[in-house]
Design a protein around this ligand. Structure first.
Ligand code: SF4
Length: 219
């Protein structure tokens, strides 16, 4: 622990503690103390070449045999985080046709390898076992969600747009000034819509005359 403190504040006092720790380790060896004790991570951190305790000093026999998913991937695909308009670059690691890890892309001029906690969890968005991959519908007054086909859902949405747009259309206001809008349609996007999808959604709904168009993709 003393070795960790020396790196954090860098004071003379903690430096001395670090050097003392090294001497302490030498003393222990000279005294022939048990291999198990010398294998203790704090002692290895104090006496070895890993004073930050982020490498060899922190390894166990078990973790030493582990390999990062990024090292065993078949391919790395460049992508962009889907969550917000910052557009951080991502490296998507693929193995056997399956996404196994997603990390920040150091080549991205936007994010230079960094991802916020949402972007860092993108792999869970792809592979979450409870991810819903079909359309659910709750009819008016219903208390349960019903599974329907995507084709059916698209037809239902189209029917409602065709019916609502003219029904709630406002051509002018009470002074005769032009409005040319419908108040019967609104759009609310989700956080996993990307910039391009939002661009197309905005285009479509504005062309339909809707003015209530929002997306909740905020950091
Ligand atoms: S959600 Fe985070 S990682 Fe993703 S684009 Fe926005 S800031 Fe970047």
């Amino acid at each position: 622990m003393a070795a960790a403190a020396v790196i954090v504040d860098g004071t003379d006092r903690t430096r001395r503690r670090f050097v003392d720790g090294l001497r302490f380790g030498d003393g222990l060896r000279a005294m022939g103390l048990s291999k198990a004790f010398l294998g203790w991570p704090v002692v290895r951190q104090l006496t070895g070449n890993d004073p930050l305790g982020r490498g060899a000093a922190a390894e166990s026999k078990r973790t030493r045999s582990w390999t990062a998913r990024t090292e065993t991937a078949d391919a790395v695909v460049k992508s962009v985080c889907p969550y917000c308009a910052v557009g951080c670059g991502q490296n998507v690691y693929v193995k056997d046709g399956r996404v196994v890890q997603i990390e920040g892309d150091p080549d991205s001029p936007v994010s230079r390898g960094r991802l916020c906690p949402k972007g860092s969890a993108s792999e869970q968005l792809v592979n979450a076992p409870n991810r819903i991959k079909h359309v659910l519908y709750r009819r008016p007054g219903g208390t349960d969600w019903e599974r329907i086909e995507a084709e059916q859902a698209l037809d239902m949405i189209a029917d409602r747009v065709v019916e609502s747009r003219p029904r709630w259309w406002q051509d002018t206001d009470e002074k005769g000034q032009p409005l040319r809008r419908t108040m019967g349609i609104a759009a609310l996007g989700g956080a996993t819509l990307d910039n391009e999808e939002n661009y197309l959604i905005k285009k479509l709904f504005t062309a339909l005359g809707a003015i209530q168009i929002e997306n909740q993709a905020r950091i």
